[in-house]
Design a protein around this ligand. Structure first.
Ligand code: SF4
Length: 467
């Protein structure tokens, strides 16, 4: 999809800079000073101090340049479009948006235009759905009538989702139901959950957002309500990003923009977990693309250690994710032997515990100092995986893995053959792990009465996928 060219610059400096992720701007007729103005001074100043944007730069390789210069074939069938053939730009990275402004909109200053669009789409309290929602160019950073007309002919800010329902549980958890308006899952519904987390007295409340990555799921875990749907389609990068944008918009409008709160943005959404419907690593390109957008500090600005991707254990894709991003990883283990795990997590037959644990030992060695840990998720089901011998097997299995263990008491749903572990069994299991030197948390169930809890997503009996 991308071709390349050798960067040159207006000032004639052979531009640059192999360690520099944003050097492609240098062949857009701008100089280092312009980069400071456009993308924020701090980063560019740092680059200049390091000398990576100086004439002494030794970058001359056309081959290396190819990876730095985004040139997109806009006629490629993979570029997502709406039913009018307009490009859905929430599927683009910031770099590709610059290329879009250059190649399709033919803007004189594509970097500036891309930045302007990006800020209106993703910055706090902007979250526009249409360029017409932004002010006119009589206001700073507004859009002119001619730009709107040109833009609306070829592109759309539509995220491919429409919020159709919201349900609040007694504990404040809110389930958002979205109708898919584009893509392979068009006509179906997905769910996103806002989970308020109240910590100890005196500390700030925070909100975690649980996003979906697929319509249904192909993994077929036997205890999971979503798994009973099968896989009905992957979400696009834009549809994953739009869940975050729509949730921020919803949360602000519902809870902050009120008379009582006086417009204060109470409890902002600070954390994202990719633990909603679907196996995120079964839709890796869209998931990693969306991660790039949610981490971008000029837009949605989530911290990389506040974003967690959960997997049921697709080992090659898990390595890809860890090699290319810095987000946190959670692994849904649910069993400490191949026999137990294989009976509830079918993918264990493809990637048995030996392979999965070897990969975790490689990326999260127990004796590493200061490096991240992996979160091990273990859903506790009565008589299935909650015996003391299961806890001892778990300790043995993870003895070389730097991890924290999160025990989740099973959330029952209609039609399931499983039931939740008894409290005394959970306590005993937890105590064995703690005595074995592990950090253990027991996750309290959230949103159970709205079918918004873990393993319950996919709609109630009357709201199943409908296409
Ligand atoms: S637990 Fe996760 S991976 Fe397993 S079926 Fe449910 S959504 Fe898919």
């Amino acid at each position: 999809m991308r071709l390349g060219s050798v960067p040159t610059s207006r000032c004639g400096i052979p531009q640059p800079c192999s360690p520099c992720p944003r050097t492609f701007y240098s062949n857009r007729n701008i100089e280092c000073r312009d980069i400071e103005n456009i993308w924020g001074g701090e980063w560019a100043r740092e680059q200049r101090q390091r000398g990576s944007c100086q004439p002494s730069c030794s970058f001359t390789s056309a081959a290396a340049a190819e990876n730095l210069v985004p040139q997109v074939d806009w006629f490629h069938p993979e570029v997502p479009r709406d039913s009018d053939g307009r490009i859905l730009i929430k599927n683009l990275s910031k770099e590709d948006l610059v290329a879009f402004c250059r190649d399709v909109l033919e803007e004189e200053f594509p970097d500036k235009r891309a930045f302007q669009l990006w800020r209106w789409m993703y910055s706090d309290f902007c979250w526009i759905r249409d360029v017409n929602e932004a002010p006119a160019d009589t206001v700073q950073n507004g859009f002119s009538a001619s730009f709107r007309e040109k833009f609306n002919l070829v592109a759309s800010l539509d995220g491919g989702l429409e919020l159709v329902e919201d349900h609040m549980a007694h504990d404040g958890t809110v389930k958002l139901v979205f109708l898919l308006t584009t893509g392979p899952g068009k006509g179906g519904k997905i769910e996103t959950v806002l989970i308020p987390v109240v910590r100890e007295q005196g500390s700030k409340e925070r909100i975690t957002l649980c996003v979906s990555s697929q319509v249904g799921c192909a993994m077929g875990c036997t205890f999971c309500y979503t798994g009973t749907m099968g896989l009905l389609g992957n979400l696009s990068q834009g549809q994953i990003v739009e869940q975050v944008v729509a949730a921020r918009r919803f949360h602000y409008e519902r809870f902050s923009d009120t008379e009582e709160s006086k417009g204060r943005y109470v409890s902002p959404i600070t954390n994202i977990v990719y633990m909603g419907m679907g196996e995120p690593l079964d839709n890796l390109p869209a998931v990693t693309g969306s991660i790039g957008t949610v981490l971008d500090h000029h837009g949605l600005h989530f911290s990389h250690n506040k974003v967690t991707v959960s997997t049921v254990g697709l080992v090659p894709q898990m390595k890809d994710l860890l090699d290319t991003t810095t987000v946190a990883l959670a692994v849904s283990l649910h069993g400490a032997t191949d026999e137990v795990r294989g009976s509830i997590v079918p993918v264990n037959r493809r990637y048995p515990l030996q392979d999965l644990i070897a990969a975790l030992e490689e990326y999260f060695p127990i004796d590493s100092k200061g490096s991240p840990h992996v979160l091990i998720e273990y859903t506790m089901m009565d008589g299935v995986n909650d015996r003391p011998e299961d806890a001892h097997a778990l300790l043995d299995l993870l003895q070389h893995v730097k991890c924290k263990i999160n025990l989740i008491v099973f959330n029952p749903h209609e039609g399931t053959e499983y039931s939740a572990s008894l409290q005394e069994h959970v306590d005993e299991f937890r105590d064995i792990l703690i005595r074995g030197g592990r950090v253990v948390t027991v996750r309290s169930s959230r949103g159970e009465d709205s079918m918004a809890a873990c393993g319950q997503l996919g709609g109630g009996k009357d709201a199943r996928y409908n296409r």
